[in-house]
Ligand binder design. Structure first.
Ligand SMILES: [Zn+2]
Length: 160
């Protein structure tokens, strides 16, 4: 059995916050205004996996009014979502994702993100794609006011 899921996540960017994407700390003068570490890529992938499981979204599983998740490491959340998938006897076939961020340029960080995500999902990094795009100066991303991530994940039954 195959299951597909999609996820998207946006955070407002403010001065004085650390920017973390795919578990990688990125040198930046601004970061996400968020209850957790605001890792939009980890959140989008977690939502894609939950989508494949028909299990709602990360807001259901990790409520932002729950102090337990304040400043949470989102790679830890991603690992917890993956435990849920394993309970359903599902593994990840591949992940494709896109980060939309105007600045700084993040292409040099992409391979580290792929490694971190692959570790959390229990797959080879060759099964994890991370693409980096800008907003071409246009929308909230383009104005440097937000970071957005999109992800699609394909999952398969272990017994298939
Ligand atoms: Zn988020």
């Amino acid at each position: 059995m195959l299951r597909i899921g999609i996820g998207t996540d946006t955070h407002r960017l403010v001065e004085g916050r650390a920017l973390v994407l795919g578990g990688v700390h990125i040198a930046s003068d601004r970061g996400p205004d968020s209850h957790s570490d605001g890792d939009a890529l980890a959140h989008a992938i977690a939502d894609a996996i939950l989508g494949a499981l028909c299990e709602g979204d990360i807001g259901v599983h990790f409520p932002d009014n729950d102090p337990q998740w304040s400043g949470a490491n989102s790679m830890e959340l991603l690992s917890r979502v993956m435990w849920l998938a394993r309970e359903r006897n599902l593994h990840v076939v591949n992940v494709d994702s896109t980060i939309l961020l105007e600045r700084p340029k993040i292409r040099t960080y992409v391979d580290s993100m792929r490694e971190n995500i692959a570790t959390a999902l229990g797959v080879d990094s060759g099964c994890v794609s991370v693409k980096a795009k800008t907003g071409e100066g246009l929308d909230a991303v383009g104005q440097g006011l937000a970071v957005t991530a999109q992800a699609a994940v394909l999952m398969e039954s272990n017994s298939a």
